[in-house]
Design a protein around this ligand. Structure first.
Ligand code: PLP
Length: 417
């Protein structure tokens, strides 16, 4: 089989696909594994009940059912939803935008694929451009996204040690003289994998840097602002006409609806939709229709602030307490959990690679993710890359309690070995 550079990424085994295969096999062998590895949102009954009712209302009405199931959407996505979202963002954020700034996608993952490849890769003049990640570790779903090779450049963070065994990653903007081949900057806010939320001042600095280099700043807001708002620190939503804000309905509890949202200057939104038409023809109607009216009547914001955010906050506190109470004198530090639903655990001086720790934990029936693959574009010899774990606290309390007990026990063993 002869394959392009892109095809070759998937023919062999790369770190992450090998890990995913391994995870799938482990779950097949033992469906009772304590799973704290994935990006699945929590199962929140009150949220599911609301969307179930809305869905059943639509299915009971012949015209709405036809609109939901029987029609292709316009290429840029459901106009009523784009209007409602634009009105909401104008009113609550004061952003100067209309429906022409918004494009819908079948999940933000596929939107990233198109957007990144619109900006970076081989250029018309034979040169090559890259997406720059100003703070790596970053979302592992970006890793194999480039149609071309050497698709990313990245900067490692400055590590600030805080009290109570916490630490925080910061941008090292001063040292980031961007190369001429940078096509766009991208940051997840809140961060998957670390739960970091870069501060408003840092976002403004990134915005300035992007403008100086005449490239867009892409903010991946899958967990963030303005919805679902899984942010437990002071942080404001950010957008302007040099920003591409990527949102998703997945972490609201609707990953099955596959709905991503691109908010960008109209020329970018339009180029995106045209590319999306080639790939998908049209976008799914389910996500936009399920949300219909929930932005304008305030019920989405209420659901986020009274149900979804408290759910994750409570689990975050439970997970942090469990780790603290079992840490003893181990040099195990937690990234300050400011958003999303992951704990990022730095096991300083771990006497083995975190992949080995992952294997040992899997043997004992718990799945967490080794940190190595998230460090896209950073120095492979940086020892910190091998010392981190990502642990999801989105699941039920019993899983969190049992999974973290085993994890901490295994960590004590690992440091003794
Ligand atoms: C940071 C981040 N961005 C984007 C995505 C893609 O989400 P979706 O395609 O479900 O919108 C995910 C999924 O976990 C994510 O964690």
């Amino acid at each position: 089989m002869k394959l392009s550079a892109f095809g070759r990424k998937f023919a062999g085994s790369s770190g992450i696909s090998e890990l995913m295969d391994d995870l799938g096999a482990a779950l097949n062998d033992n469906p009772d594994l304590l799973f704290m590895g994935g990006g699945n949102p929590g199962r929140i009954d009150a949220v599911q009940a609301i969307f179930a009712r809305r869905l059943s209302d639509m299915l009971d009405d012949a015209d709405r059912r036809h609109e939901l199931l029987g029609l292709y959407q316009a290429p840029q996505g459901d106009l009523a939803f784009r209007r409602e979202l634009a009105t909401y963002l104008r009113k609550h954020q004061g952003w100067d935008l209309g429906p022409e700034h918004i494009a819908i996608a079948n999940g933000s993952q596929s939107a990233f694929f198109l957007l990144y490849n619109l900006f970076a890769g081989p250029m018309g003049d034979g040169s090559q451009r890259r997406i720059h990640l100003p703070l790596s570790p970053e979302y592992v779903g970006y890793r194999d996204i480039g149609l071309g090779e050497e698709f990313f450049s990245a900067a490692a963070p400055r590590i600030e040690r805080l009290e109570d065994g916490l630490f925080k990653y910061h941008l090292q903007l001063r040292s980031q003289g961007l190369d001429d081949d940078v096509a766009a900057l991208c940051i997840s806010r809140p961060s998957n994998p670390t739960g970091n939320v870069i501060g408003d001042d840092e976002v403004h600095e990134l915005d300035c840097l992007a403008r100086q280099h005449d490239v867009p700043l892409i903010i991946d807001g899958a967990y963030g602002l303005p919805f679902p708002g899984l942010v437990y620190a002071e942080a404001a939503p950010f957008w302007n006409d040099n920003t591409v804000l990527m949102l998703s309905l997945s972490k609201l509890g609707l990953p099955g609806a596959r709905t991503g949202i691109v908010i960008a200057r109209p020329d970018i939104a339009q180029a995106f939709s045209r590319a999306n038409t080639v790939v998908s023809l049209a976008c799914g109607t389910l996500g936009p229709r399920l949300l219909n009216g929930m932005l304008s009547d305030g019920s989405l914001q209420d659901l986020c602030s009274t149900v979804i955010q408290p759910y994750y906050r409570e689990r975050r506190d439970l997970a942090v307490d469990l780790i603290r109470s079992r840490r003893g004198d181990l040099p195990v530090h937690l990234h300050r959990p400011e958003g999303a639903f992951f704990l990022w655990v730095w096991c300083e001086g771990l006497p083995m690679d975190s992949r080995e720790l992952y294997r040992r934990l899997k043997e004992r029936g718990v799945i967490v993710l080794p940190g190595n693959d998230f460090f896209i574009g950073t120095d492979p010899d940086w020892i910190h890359r091998q010392e981190c774990l990502r642990i999801s606290y989105a699941g039920d309390r019993e899983t969190i309690e049992a999974g973290l007990k085993l994890t901490m026990d295994e960590l004590h063993r690992a440091y003794r070995s």
